[in-house]
Write a protein that binds this ligand. Structure first.
Ligand SMILES: *[C@@H]1O[C@H](CO)[C@@H](O)[C@H](O)[C@H]1NC(C)=O
Ligand SMILES: *[C@@H]1O[C@H](CO)[C@@H](O)[C@H](O)[C@H]1NC(C)=O
Ligand SMILES: *[C@@H]1O[C@H](CO)[C@@H](O)[C@H](O)[C@H]1NC(C)=O
Ligand SMILES: *[C@@H]1O[C@H](CO)[C@@H](O)[C@H](O)[C@H]1NC(C)=O
Length: 447
């Protein structure tokens, strides 16, 4: 019984001892190293922090960088500032390196500050603030220089011709960090092929787009935007207008109405094309241009037209991408109708001795002019026939009235004559009622 109980106690004691050893091991393996690390870190940290503290600086190229070293409990020890190449810039406030861009701005027991003007990317790196106490402490202030992009440039790869593709490259030659380029047309982005090249510390970026172009795209606006963190949300935007080459088009604006002898002709040739054809060629098909023709740019003028000017006139233009022509057929009509219709005072040909309303064969020799034909053959004969008809009808009415009046007055005394009188009367009445027939007959007779 006692043996058993002793064993039990032993096992109990063993158990107790095991637990305490485990706890100890745990503490030893975790807490102690942690404490040591923390203490060491704290010691190191406080040692450094308290002695000197440097701040990182970011500046734009060409700007001024302020590099500051904060001191704690400064005891008059020597402060040395070195550039990234470990050359001493200032030795306890005194310039050591001969570079006027560095200036000592401030030297107090709490703060040492130097300024670097006209910063370039080669100035980048760690600047050392060193405090020579019994043990040397130093901190590094990292200077980084940003280079915002200049206005990008846009260049077409080759001549842009209608029906082809325009290949445009936008280039931002220098930036740091690399700029982002964006192509935009009508407010929508066009995806470009971007390539980046590193030149020392800066980047050259380009973005190339390829777009199909038609004639209507000539002059279309595009833009290339350069985005960069140093631009503070602003963009450098290069505007570009598509220059699409195309063959010329030519159109002659014809004069309105019929041209007659003595009129002047003015033909204007309206041309398009890119590039706009520099010269326009006027010619007459199968003939030379009339002597009187005057050409000034797109306009051909012929004063005092004559029928010898009849012909087909051609306007031609060309550029490197093609040529085009338009033609106009000139027919000069005789000025006959103008002579007959216009009053003599305003007519240009007033030297004619007589002007008659009636056409005479010698004066109007049956021209082929349709307008003149209608006027000479219809207007004047109808007027004559109308007049004659009116006279005839008037005469008939008069005869009728006189006859009736006579018959009424003579009714009593000449009763025997009544039959013959009625006969006469009826004949006249018939003529009066069938006026058209009568007039036709009269017309035939008159003509
Ligand atoms: C370093 O310069 C500071 C400030 O001008 C001065 O107080 C200090 O005595 C100088 N220390 C030495 C060792 O010359
Ligand atoms: C700034 O530095 C650049 C070269 O890094 C130089 O070309 C330029 O003239 C300097 N500008 C000034 C104002 O000193
Ligand atoms: C020009 O002359 C040729 C040959 O004589 C002829 O075939 C052609 O029809 C003429 N063209 C015009 C517009 O008169
Ligand atoms: C010119 O054209 C008009 C109208 O067709 C015609 O009457 C005339 O005979 C033509 N003259 C010549 C010289 O061809």
């Amino acid at each position: 019984m006692t043996l058993i109980s002793q064993r039990k106690r032993n096992t109990k004691e063993n158990k107790k001892r095991g637990i305490s050893t485990m706890a100890l091991a745990t503490v030893w393996t975790y807490c102690v190293p942690l404490t040591v690390i923390l203490t060491a870190a704290c010691l190191l940290n406080t040692a450094h922090c308290q002695a000197v503290q440097a701040e990182n600086v970011e500046v734009l190229e060409g700007g001024t960088a302020h590099i500051s070293c904060r001191l704690q409990d400064y005891d008059g020890s020597i402060v040395v500032i070195q550039n990234p190449r470990r050359q001493t810039l200032f030795f306890n406030g005194t310039r050591a390196l001969k570079d006027d861009r560095f200036q000592m701005v401030l030297f107090t027991p709490r703060l040492v500050r130097i300024a670097l003007t006209n910063v370039s990317v080669s100035d980048e790196g760690g600047y050392f603030c060193q405090l020579y106490t019994d043990s040397t402490h130093h901190q590094v202030a990292t200077l980084s220089v940003n280079v915002p992009p200049e206005m990008p440039t846009v260049e077409p790869k080759q001549e842009v011709v209608e029906g082809g593709d325009a290949e445009l490259t936008c280039v931002s030659p220098r930036s740091k960090p690399a700029a982002t380029l964006r192509w935009v047309r009508n407010g929508r982005e066009i995806q470009g092929v971007v390539s980046q090249q590193e030149n020392g510390k800066t980047f050259s970026v380009s973005s190339t787009i390829r777009i199909p172009v038609e004639r209507k795209d000539n002059g279309a606006a595009l833009s290339c935007e350069a985005l960069h963190p140093a631009l503070n949300g602003q963009k450098k935007i290069r505007h570009y207008r598509l220059d699409v080459n195309f063959a010329p088009t030519v159109r002659i604006v014809p004069p309105s109405g019929i041209l007659r002898e003595g009129d002047s002709l003015s033909l204007t040739c309206s041309i398009t094309g890119n590039p706009l054809p520099r010269s326009i060629q006027w010619s007459r098909i199968n003939d030379s241009l009339p002597e009187r023709a005057e050409i000034s740019g797109p306009t051909l003028q012929i004063s005092r037209l004559s029928q010898s000017h009849n012909g087909t006139y051609l306007c031609q233009a060309q550029n490197n991408f093609g040529r085009a022509a338009d033609h106009y057929t000139l027919l000069v009509y005789e000025n006959v109708s103008v002579t007959t219709m216009a009053p003599p005072t305003t007519h240009p040909i007033t030297s004619r001795p007589t002007t008659s309303i009636l056409p005479s064969p010698s004066f109007a020799p049956g021209p082929r002019d349709p307008g003149a034909v209608v006027e000479t053959h219809s207007a004047v004969p109808y007027a004559v026939i109308g007049g004659v008809l009116a006279l005839l009808v008037f005469t008939v009415i008069c005869v009728l009235i006189v006859t009736i009046w006579c018959s009424v007055r003579q009714k009593g005394s000449y009763l025997t004559h009544e039959a013959s009188g009625l006969d006469e009367h009826g004949e006249v009445q018939e003529a009066f009622l069938n006026g058209n027939d009568a007039s036709q007959g009269k017309k035939e007779y008159l003509l």
